[in-house]
Design a protein around this ligand. Structure first.
Ligand code: C5P
Length: 231
């Protein structure tokens, strides 16, 4: 899989199709991909995704179910031609394999399968309460390795996991990194952040930026400035 020409992914976090279209028009020229998540998909379905043009789509559905059901969901979204699709590594090896096999039916235009390891909303105590004995970092590495060995093309990871995962899993693994803030921007609810150049220097293939762009007075200019900073 080629290295990305445009490393910026803009998260269009809204349930409003018109809003997503407006953001897409403004930021599309600067973005490698536009990320549409579960909220948008639950509200608008495949028809909503088709209405948002402007750049290739990362469909961030974080699928997690029995292998047969995940494979069916992957097949169901293939006609939308998403360039990336996310699943949960915690679904296990067979689930990741099933997702990848289903994606392969898309041929050369198949989506890149990205696995989520440990949700960054889980701290050590919350993770321990789910029955996981090791540290969050251990669990990220364990699940990351499992996902990649099972056919995932890459991982979604926090800025502070990038260097560790790159080192452990090698250059071919695609690392997509949210939790990014331009220097001086409000962190919002993202607790541990990096700037776009820092994340790329740490080994990110793509960075995901949402509110610093979508809530800016001029989203197109904000996206352009970030894209220029990591070109
Ligand atoms: O607005 P902001 O830049 O924080 O948006 C980040 C995007 O990345 C959101 O769509 C969020 O759901 C997603 N995300 C994240 N942290 C993760 C995984 C995904 O913020 N660990």
């Amino acid at each position: 899989m080629d290295a990305p020409a445009r490393r910026l992914i803009v998260a269009l976090d809204t349930i409003d199709v018109g809003q997503a279209q407006a953001w897409s028009q403004a930021v599309g020229p600067h973005a490698g991909l536009l990320k549409l998540g579960l909220e948008f998909f639950a509200a608008n379905g495949p028809a909503g995704v088709r209405q948002v043009g402007g750049a290739p789509v990362f469909l961030d559905l974080k699928l997690h179910d029995i292998p047969n059901t995940v494979a069916g969901a992957v097949r169901a979204v293939l006609p939308l031609r998403p360039r990336m699709l996310s699943i949960h590594a915690a679904g296990g090896a067979a689930m990741v394999q099933a997702a990848r096999q289903a994606a392969d039916a898309g041929g050369t235009a198949r989506p890149i399968i990205l696995a989520v390891t440990v949700l960054t909303s889980l701290d050590a105590a919350a993770l321990s309460a789910t029955g996981v004995a090791g540290s969050p970092a251990d669990q990220v590495l364990r699940l990351g390795r499992l996902a990649v060995e099972s056919g995932a093309d890459g991982l979604v990871c926090s800025p502070h996991e990038v260097a560790m995962l790159r080192q452990a899993l090698g250059p071919a693994v695609r690392l997509v990194v949210p939790g990014i803030r331009p220097a001086g921007a409000a962190a919002g609810d993202q607790a541990r952040v990096m700037t776009p150049p820092e994340a790329v220097a740490a080994g990110a293939d793509w960075i995901v930026v949402g509110r610093p762009i979508t809530q800016a007075a001029d989203p197109g200019a904000a996206a352009g400035a970030i894209a220029a900073g990591i070109a």
